[in-house]
Design a protein around this ligand. Structure first.
Ligand SMILES: [Zn+2]
Length: 200
């Protein structure tokens, strides 16, 4: 067999082995969510769902992870945490000028949020149900909107360039047709007001 072919064959069998690891016997079911301690944990199943998987998803016995395999195997029903997490992207993406522009935009966004947070809340702003600090420094906020719950996290963006705080939506999407940018801003404002409340 030509050398190139052998090499290719080895590569294929290696990738099959790694897939077998992913699809093989699932790791033991954790007893509690590492983030909030809840025992309402669901396995995340990847791949194109057949009828059985779809039914399990509908009954909320599993979470459908989609067709792109990633790290998280478990999902917490109470705080929407999914783990193990995918590793953060290595280094910074993009050219330095773009990064600086991006950082300036995020800093301006944060400054505008800060200004709005000083005003009284609007009637349809979400309420903060729970909030905690993760060991990795990210701060979690569980919010309740009229249409459902959302998990957002505050983290520092582009720290090597000076960094600015950003609020990311991690789970709980607004209904179809909602103004996503407005919902994101409302979520960030509610979190910011909660952080600044007098008892905090
Ligand atoms: Zn949890």
């Amino acid at each position: 067999m030509p050398r190139a072919k052998v090499k290719q064959k080895k590569k294929v069998s290696e990738s099959i082995n790694s897939l077998a690891g992913l699809f093989g016997p699932p790791p033991p079911r954790p007893t509690e969510c590492p983030d909030c301690g809840s025992d309402s944990i669901l396995p995340i199943c990847y791949g194109l769902p057949g009828p059985e998987m779809q039914e399990k998803g509908r009954r909320h016995e599993i979470v459908l992870g989609g067709c792109v395999l990633s790290n998280p195997r478990w999902h917490c029903k109470d705080c929407f945490n999914s783990w193990p997490e995918d590793p953060p992207p290595k280094g910074l993406n993009g050219i330095p000028e773009w990064q600086r522009k991006h950082l300036a935009e995020k800093a301006a966004e944060y400054a505008s949020l800060t200004a709005d947070a000083a005003l009284p809340p609007q009637h349809d702003e979400p309420t903060v149900e729970n909030c905690w600090q993760r060991p990795d420094g990210r701060k979690v906020f569980l919010l309740r909107f009229p249409w459902g719950r959302m998990r957002i996290e505050k983290r520092f963006h582009l720290v090597p360039l000076g960094g600015t705080p950003v609020y990311d939506i991690r789970a709980g999407l607004p209904p179809m047709g909602a103004d996503y940018a407005r919902v994101h801003r409302q979520a960030a404002l509610a979190a910011m007001r909660f952080e600044r409340r007098p008892s905090a």
